[in-house]
Design a protein around this ligand. Structure first.
Ligand SMILES: Nc1ncnc2c1ncn2[C@@H]1O[C@H](COP(=O)(O)OP(=O)(O)OP(=O)(O)O)[C@@H](O)[C@H]1O
Ligand SMILES: [Mg+2]
Length: 328
């Protein structure tokens, strides 16, 4: 039998124990109709059940100081925004206080987090180009209790050009974020995580994101061309580290849109793991219809369809991020 649900792609193998559990459950729960526990579908169901159970009882550690993580890859459509939003949602669901800064003029992260971002909305543009403070533009996402967003509007599209003539053009986001974090710390409302969602380019907005962060998370799509342009990205990060932000480090690589049925996905994943054994997350994000549907409802997949494999994978990735802690 081949997998019948496009949502379910095997990411890891189920244990024999969980297979027999699922087989027992299948017999008991279907009015005497039994199913063969050795079929791919039964294995996948057992695997999902085991992973759901594991994540349910997994309390997330809280970092001792705010982790600022820039999510970047100059290649377009690799899952930067999807990863930003869902990791942030996964951590907020686990009790962390999380801020997402949408630094992409497309405003996709703002859409997915269900916050207002019409042209006239006070936004990250006012922070990096104008003189607004983050506290003046921040919005609460309806998604989770402690999830916040600094939205982006279409005005940000002109920011790359406007920034060129401004003083300290590479440091504008860092200065604003430092002021904001100091203020929230003083008021005992410390943020645990700040994610910055970057546009698909290596311009001044992305440089601002690199200068403001301690960590870079690179999503890599499990497709051909995935590694092309990666060396350019890593070179740029090294330059930023040398000249503008000595603490910056590539802490995490997340493989996205993985389809275990294709040799190509498996090959790309193996290549990336070989090159970056320390940075790559064990968790891979499967290609999933639910993940791509969620932003249309102004939601993360974690609230849109909590029990879907896509949601489960992002929860596992959020847990991995939290447990790995800050790289030394
Ligand atoms: N795991 C997934 N399964 C299915 N579709 C996905 C998955 N991850 C992302 N997508 C879809 O792929 C498209 C690109 O994803 P996303 O917007 O997150 O990429 P991006 O790198 O932020 O793009 P851009 O470079 O334009 O900012 C979106 O339509 C998104 O819904
Ligand atoms: Mg994006």
């Amino acid at each position: 039998m081949k997998p019948c649900d496009s949502e379910i792609y095997p990411v890891s193998k189920a244990s024999d124990a969980s297979i027999s559990d699922a087989a027992r459950a299948g017999r008991a729960g279907s009015g005497g109709v039994s199913f063969d526990a050795t079929t791919p579908l039964a294995r996948e169901i057992a695997d999902l059940t085991r992973r759901r159970e594991a994540i349910k009882d997994d309390p997330l550690p809280v970092p001792s100081k705010t982790r600022v993580i820039t999510v970047s890859n100059q290649k377009g459509g690799v899952g930067k925004t999807t990863t930003t939003v869902n990791l942030a949602a996964g951590l907020a669901r686990g009790g962390a206080r999380v801020l997402v800064i949408d630094l992409d003029p497309q405003g996709n992260a703002s859409t997915a987090l269900g916050v207002e971002h019409r042209a006239e909305t006070a936004s990250v543009y006012d922070v990096v180009v104008g003189e607004s403070a983050i506290v003046d533009v921040i919005q609460k996402s309806p998604e989770f209790a402690e999830l916040y967003c600094v939205p982006s509007t279409i005005h940000l599209a002109g920011a790359e050009i406007e920034l060129v003539s401004l003083v300290a053009r590479e440091q504008r986001l860092r200065t604003a974020l430092e002021n904001f974090l100091t203020e929230t710390e003083r008021e005992n409302r410390r943020f645990d995580y700040v994610f910055v969602d970057c546009p698909p380019s290596l311009g001044l907005l992305t440089i601002n994101a690199f200068v403001a962060a301690q960590e870079v998370l690179i999503p890599i799509q499990c497709e051909y061309y995935a590694l092309e342009g990666l060396s350019q990205l890593l070179r740029n990060i090294q330059l930023i580290e040398k000249h503008l932000n000595p603490v910056l480090t590539v802490s995490s690589i997340l493989l996205t849109m993985y389809d275990g049925r294709t040799n190509l996905s498996q090959q790309v994943a193996a290549d990336v793991r070989e090159h970056f054994p320390k940075e790559v997350f064990t968790t891979m994000i499967p290609r999933s219809v639910r993940i791509s549907e969620a932003p249309g409802y102004g939601q993360s997949v974690i609230s849109y369809d909590p029990s879907s494999p896509g949601s489960l994978s992002y929860l596992e990735a959020a847990s991995e991020l939290a447990h790995r802690g800050v790289p030394r």
